[in-house]
Design a protein around this ligand. Structure first.
Ligand SMILES: [Zn+2]
Ligand SMILES: [Zn+2]
Length: 162
């Protein structure tokens, strides 16, 4: 499981607070929409929320291991699909990892900025880039089925001189 370098984290308590608020919001949305947040789905959600870096499916399988070994891949993928389909988490295709969403209530597709050094992925909470892309695609008669914009580089913290 990826771990965030502690010395770089200014507010460790914020993570805990944010994580609880996030899980609570998803639980509320599920109740409102009549979605079943099964115990496994909730465990997967909590693990994704707890990870400070994008988390890979095989890390989740390992974290969900019971006495018999790691969780079976199909069950974990089904739980991830449920969370993805309902917009509670995002999948970063370029690094094949998952992150919790800041706005689990609103369906959206926004670009991500991914740092190649510390591995942090930041969701750009601005839909203009996505809208422009969709409009341009439509102008060309292209029907996008899926898109995730992922920008790779170095975050401000990692770009700072030591
Ligand atoms: Zn989001
Ligand atoms: Zn970084």
């Amino acid at each position: 499981m990826p771990s965030f370098p502690r010395q770089r984290c200014n507010h460790p308590d914020d993570h805990v607070h944010d994580r609880e608020a996030f899980v609570r919001e998803v639980t509320e949305v599920c109740a409102e929409r009549g979605l079943r947040l099964t115990p496994l789905r909730e465990r997967v959600l909590r693990l994704v929320a707890k990870a400070t870096l994008p988390v890979k499916a095989y890390d989740l399988m390992d974290l969900l291991r019971d006495g018999k070994g790691p969780a079976a891949p199909p069950t974990v993928y089904r739980a991830l699909d449920f969370l993805l389909e309902n917009g509670f988490i995002h999948k970063l295709e370029s690094i094949n990892a998952y992150v919790g969403c800041h706005q689990p209530r609103l369906p959206h597709s926004v670009p991500f900025l991914i740092c190649g050094e510390c591995g942090q992925a930041v969701e750009m909470e601005d839909e203009r880039a996505t809208r422009l892309l969709t409009e341009q695609a439509q102008a060309l008669g292209f029907r996008p089925l899926a898109q995730t914009l992922e920008v790779h580089g170095r975050c401000a913290r990692c770009a700072e001189p030591e």
